[in-house]
Design a protein around this ligand. Structure first.
Ligand SMILES: [Ca+2]
Ligand SMILES: [Ca+2]
Length: 118
């Protein structure tokens, strides 16, 4: 199940909050799951921007999910022109209007947790 967290938090705090409840930040790591998420996102969230689990904190340019899964879905609708580690400061990913973007982890956004996803 998914939980939209309408509290603006830094990425790590958002992830810790999900984990503290036995979950994790949204991990749309397959085409099927990404398509499913897109089909229910609205009005599930009304957020303009929310954190997901994808990040390249450990190794610049190598995006992983919080469980260590290496690659995002092949069909991600990335903002390719914004997925660019702007100023070498962007290591955490958010989704806005179905577009993915790396952003500064210390920024405050809403988030989506997921629980019990196989
Ligand atoms: Ca980065
Ligand atoms: Ca970016």
């Amino acid at each position: 199940m998914f939980q939209y967290v309408d509290i603006e938090r830094q990425w790590a705090v958002a992830q810790e909050s999900c984990a503290g409840n036995g979950g994790r930040l949204l991990q749309v790591d397959t085409d099927e799951k990404w398509n499913y998420w897109k089909s229910i996102e609205h009005p599930f969230t009304d957020a303009i921007t929310y954190w997901i689990g994808l990040n390249d904190i450990e190794s610049e340019g190598n995006f992983v999910w919080t469980d260590g899964t290496l690659t995002p879905s092949k069909t991600v609708d990335m903002f390719t022109n914004k997925f660019h580690d702007f100023m070498n400061l962007e290591d955490c990913c958010e989704i806005a209007n179905f577009k993915w973007n790396d952003n500064v982890c210390a920024k405050f956004f809403s988030s989506v947790c997921e629980y019990g996803w196989a």
